[in-house]
Design a protein around this ligand. Structure first.
Ligand SMILES: Cc1cc2nc3c(=O)[nH]c(=O)nc-3n(C[C@H](O)[C@H](O)[C@H](O)COP(=O)(O)OP(=O)(O)OC[C@H]3O[C@@H](n4cnc5c(N)ncnc54)[C@H](O)[C@@H]3O)c2cc1C
Length: 445
């Protein structure tokens, strides 16, 4: 169930091993949180997952297999906005002209402490076990207690916000350490210098999911939401919204965990699973694109990328085709901003987005050709973002078992991944692990 990267990975791997598979997808398209849209003049935008990072090995393998063409980040200076001041920064890993030496040292020490703690939670489980209460403290408290300068606190808060998609008071130190261990590159997040080395695909990353769906040769059924999962002694029976019953020896639910609790389960899911999911905020994100002609920022030597410490839009990127005479600036409303702006119309959001661009880039941003956004929180088959995070106290108690199978039902997807949780890479890795577990179950192990 679910034809995102997670579900498609499970299905293709099981088919390769000779199993009889059917994928039931609620939407009338595959891809889940990866989707394309076009401006009326034809320019492609990616509404969800887009960037593949240098250490996302499984995604890089899929790119290689598909021989898909990639594009690096655009050249040019980045704009860094702090407390209302705007700096144009060269794309160089060492460029941090807006920080005082004391703030830079403070920030560096904070990052080092986080890294060491993350390593210790793995290398010294006895220490982690003895300190669960301390690890469950709100991340915001740890941050203000361990970094001394407001500027370093702001920088680290901004970088971590990009990981947890919500206020640090709602997430725990332990949860953040899980992200740090899982491969989040703290230095690059903080650098805001464009040197992250991420790539995007010409024609979008959706093509990789489409390629997997093509390998499934008609085994994907679209517009088939599952509403009920019944388990019998020797089978799983899933019921679709049309009342059709489908019987299988085993099932994999590859939908975001917070949607699993909306299904009707018989027997009922373990109470701890409801509890865990209910206390795991799904985050909120609205991805926005604005089309301009010409792409005036390029003439000014800017990359189109900016990072701000405040305001409704904290990051932007130029996601245009470099060969096009039109340019696209992409940005996000995240967390509290997304939760507020979801209540407004798209034209109101357009004004907020445009005004935010004008504040940073100047009056040239005031006259876009067109605006497009996608509100993932309002999307009934996502109802969240890619930033689920565990509430204080949860990860250490039940969080780590969330992906354990429930009878004949297995779970897969980005939020179940132990590495690169919340990313396409995590979805593919989790799908691979789950396919292996299914095979073991089918072979009675
Ligand atoms: C705005 C945004 C930007 C992102 N940017 C990046 C990025 O740059 N790089 C990156 O690596 N990741 C990024 N991500 C995260 C990435 O897109 C996801 O982690 C990944 O695509 C999740 O895959 P999945 O298969 O686990 O879940 P999903 O893609 O959510 O797939 C779940 C599928 O289940 C289906 N479904 C739901 N309910 C039912 C039901 N009842 N019955 C049947 N089917 C159902 C859904 O329709 C969906 O197709 C981004 C996400 C968002 C929202």
């Amino acid at each position: 169930m679910g034809a995102g990267f997670g579900g498609l990975t499970v299905a293709t791997q099981l088919v390769r091993r000779g199993h009889d598979v059917m994928v039931l997808e609620a939407r009338d398209r595959i891809g889940g949180r990866v989707d394309n849209a076009r401006f009326s003049s034809g320019e492609l935008v990616e509404q969800g997952g887009q960037w593949v990072f240098p250490n996302h090995d499984r995604m890089l393998e899929l790119i290689d297999e598909a021989a898909a063409a990639t594009m690096p980040a655009n050249p040019g200076k980045l704009l860094v906005v702090q407390q209302g001041d705007v700096w144009a920064v060269e794309q160089s890993p060492d460029e941090h002209s807006h920080r005082t030496p004391f703030a830079a040292a403070d920030l560096g020490q904070g990052v080092l402490r986080l890294r060491r703690l993350a390593e210790r939670t793995v290398s010294d489980p006895a220490w982690a076990g003895a300190n669960t209460a301390w690890l469950d403290q709100p991340m915001e408290r740890w941050l203000t207690a361990n970094l001394r300068t407001p500027s370093a606190q702001r920088d680290l808060r901004g970088a971590l916000r990009a990981v947890v998609h919500g206020p640090l008071s709602d997430t725990t130190l332990g949860d953040v350490l899980t992200h740090v261990r899982a491969g989040v590159d703290m230095e690059n997040l903080i650098a805001t210098n464009g040197d992250i080395g991420q790539v995007r695909l010409v024609d979008g990353v959706l093509q990789l999911a489409e390629r997997m769906a093509a390998q499934l040769e008609g085994r994907v059924r679209l517009s088939t939401p599952v509403v009920t999962i019944d388990q019998e002694d020797d089978a799983v029976v899933v019921v679709t919204s049309e009342g059709e019953q489908i019987r299988a020896r085993t099932a994999v639910l590859s939908v975001p965990p917070w949607l699993a609790k909306d299904l009707v389960w018989a027997p009922q899911l373990d109470p701890w699973r409801y509890e865990t999911v209910q206390k795991t905020p799904a985050g909120a994100i609205i991805k926005c694109h604005m089309l301009f002609e010409p792409p005036w920022w390029r003439d000014a030597g800017l990359s189109g990328q900016m990072a701000a410490d405040d305001g409704p839009v904290r990051v932007t990127f130029d996601t245009s085709d470099p060969a096009s005479e039109r340019g696209i600036l992409m940005g996000f409303f995240e967390g509290a901003e997304a939760a507020t702006l979801t209540k407004f119309s798209a034209s109101m959001r357009e004004r907020v987005f445009r005004d935010a661009l004008v504040t940073v880039f100047g009056e040239q941003a005031a006259t876009p050709l067109e605006y497009l956004d996608h509100d993932w929180g309002a999307d009934p088959f996502t109802k969240g973002s890619h930033g689920a995070h565990f509430a204080p106290g949860l990860w250490s108690v039940t969080g780590q078992q969330l992906g354990a199978r429930f009878g004949r039902v297995h779970f897969a997807g980005a939020e179940y991944a132990s590495k690169f949780n919340g990313y396409m890479e995590g979805a593919v890795r989790s799908g691979t692990d789950t396919a292996a577990q299914v095979v073991m179950q089918l072979h009675g192990q």
